[in-house]
Design a binder for this molecule. Sequence first.
Ligand SMILES: C[S@@+](CC[C@H](N)C(=O)[O-])C[C@H]1O[C@@H](n2cnc3c(N)ncnc32)[C@H](O)[C@@H]1O
Length: 417
Amino acid sequence: MEPAALRRGLNVGDAQHLRDTWRDLEPPTSILTSPPYLDMHDYGNTSPIGARGQPLSEYLVQMSRLFEDCGHISTPDATMWLVAGAIRRNGRLIALPDKLATCAEQAGWVLRESITWDKQKALPWTHHGELRDVTEQVLLFSKADDFRFDADDLRSPIPNSVWWRRFPERYSPNGRMPTNLWSIPIPTQGSWTGLRSHICPFPEELTHRMLSLTTIRGDTVLDPLAGIGSVPAMAEAMGRTGYGLELTAEYAKRYEQTFESAKRFLALLEDDSRHRDAFRETIIELRLLKFAKLLGKQVTEAGFGVSWVRAGKSCRQPAYSFQVASGDFELVLNDESVREPALAAARHAIQRKPLSKFGIDADIVPIGAAAAAVQGHWYASGYFWNPPCTDRPQSGEPHVVANFRPDPDSIDDTPYP
Ligand SMILES: C[S@@+](CC[C@H](N)C(=O)[O-])C[C@H]1O[C@@H](n2cnc3c(N)ncnc32)[C@H](O)[C@@H]1O
């Protein structure tokens, strides 16, 4: 009899029949899975994949077939994540992630990234010649060179430091790119006996990271060796369509619990995104301020006396995708009659380093000092050099006048050297 077609969520079934069960469904754009750890675990089923005592060569043949099937049912630009750790047999270390990567490549997948997952917990004991093993490898494959990979949601605000306050142009407003070392504690570490402690479910942060990197809302995601359904649950909670296959019916019963837990995890993440937005705004505002300062300096050096520069954030969409914001700059000149050549000098300056590196789409308006003085704006020049936050521009070097105020808690008033 033909096996039943899969439903959304977690299904009880055998991954070795994947081609037959994946019928009339959208092809997955991303596959995320962790293979049974050869004979280390008793998952409470009679799966020939990774069954106790199975020869390594047989296990690798079965995993190779599964990788081929995953390639067969998925979209041409699909990605595949594989999470696996090294195992030991008779005191010999077997680099299982390397062997599985070779199988996947032979099945048509190309290895794109290898991340070390620091699980932060391990068994308290080891054998002679071994250290406590707290890592697994998280491998990313794709079939085509062009595949979805977007790290923006995983970038993190950079901890308060003098460097990004002084050099905001060198830091992405989206925060820091994640590294290939992921420290994510495993949820529980029980004994190695009993069904429950053997399941080693993915922590929510791990599934969330993988899904954020290679999928968007509406994508179809599959875990053919799904355990308690951590992958389909997080996929569904993130607005993707998630499918999982698991041989052990007992695990499938925990799917509702897994799904609720994924939703709770996402709710907590929303706080993080507010923090990220605040960081983004601060970097952009700091860039605008420093841009204004350097603009004034360069126009002065070109021979046009600049009283100060007024910087404002504009709602205009930046002209180029590499630009992070648009800004309106009023170049307040000592001598109103040189507005045209001063504007030409300003335009020349913004097309060259360092200003061209700020990612600011600048609209510059030259104005005479007398006309500017009648408009009331407060001064933020103190964020970059002495004196801090004065009411009036000081004589001498050009000053920056801002009509916005960066969050005072996120920057300090340390004078710029
Ligand atoms: C490492 S665990 C996956 C745990 C999972 N990542 C989670 O978060 O719960 C591997 C799973 O593959 C299942 N498995 C083994 N052979 C299978 C097969 N032929 N078809 C489907 N599932 C299988 C095992 O029962 C086990 O639950």
